[in-house]
Design a protein. Structure first.
Length: 240
């Protein structure tokens, strides 16, 4: 029995590591896709793509995965057409959830997302049911440990680049922009030598929903189920 228990513990640990690795790859794939779609498939002329590829390789993402996501973005993947889709729904406790996908089959994706919601105490809604509770923003994160610049220097650089706001924690500088200014701010800060842990357009809640302990557990399961879907690129919610 002891040996069996040890096997199960190792198996659970491996499954958790595999899931974490899958989420890291998902984020890297999204960054590659967005960069290639925005600036083209050549990393020599597309600095954002070059950075995304370097980060993906640092996470040991296989070259074939990198190439596939570039081809998805540029519409050259064996004639398969991928479409960006956003689904909206209600999570546990009446929380608002937005799910961004990249799919070649909307019917399959809708069924999978609906199933994830229903299994976790939520339900998929109609377009527009919760999107008014979010604002799209550019979002840049600079790890404090990866820059010699102090807070005032980073803030001044962000202001000069056209950023809207900056928040500081013990670990990171978080910079927000209007969507139309995101690329300009990102490129200006990159030219100043700053490296980003995150650089993306994202959805920021305008209000938050307080959840009970039970609903918090359900919400965590919903997010896990959604993030485990192959087509899902990002999950946003307003649960506090």
């Amino acid at each position: 029995m002891a040996g069996h228990s040890k096997w199960k513990n190792i198996q659970r640990r491996k499954n958790a590591q595999d899931a974490k690795r899958g989420k890291i790859f998902m984020k890297a794939a999204k960054d590659i896709y967005i960069a290639a779609k925005e600036g083209g498939a050549d990393p020599e002329t597309n600095p954002a793509l070059r950075l995304a590829i370097d980060k993906a390789k640092a996470q040991n993402m296989p070259n074939e995965n990198i190439e596939r996501n570039i081809k998805k973005a540029t519409g050259t993947l064996d004639g398969v057409s991928y479409e960006e889709v956003i689904y909206e729904g209600y999570g546990p406790g009446g929380s608002a959830v937005m799910v961004e996908l990249l799919t070649d089959n909307k019917n399959r994706s809708a069924a999978e997302v609906r199933h994830a919601f229903s299994k976790s105490g939520g339900n998929l809604g109609e377009n527009g049911c919760v999107s008014f509770l979010f604002n799209r923003k550019g979002y840049l994160v600079i790890e404090r440990s990866k820059t010699d610049a102090d807070e005032d220097t980073v803030m001044l650089a962000a202001i000069e680049a056209g950023a809207e706001e900056m928040e500081t924690t013990d670990e990171v500088y978080e910079i927000y922009t209007e969507p139309e200014n995101f690329k300009e701010v990102r490129d200006a800060l990159a030219n100043e030598g700053f490296e980003f842990d995150t650089a993306e357009l994202t959805l920021i809640p305008t209000t938050y929903t307080q959840l009970s302990e039970d609903d918090q557990a359900k919400m965590e399961r919903l997010i896990e189920r959604l993030e485990d879907l192959d087509d899902v690129q990002d999950v946003h919610h307003n649960a506090e």
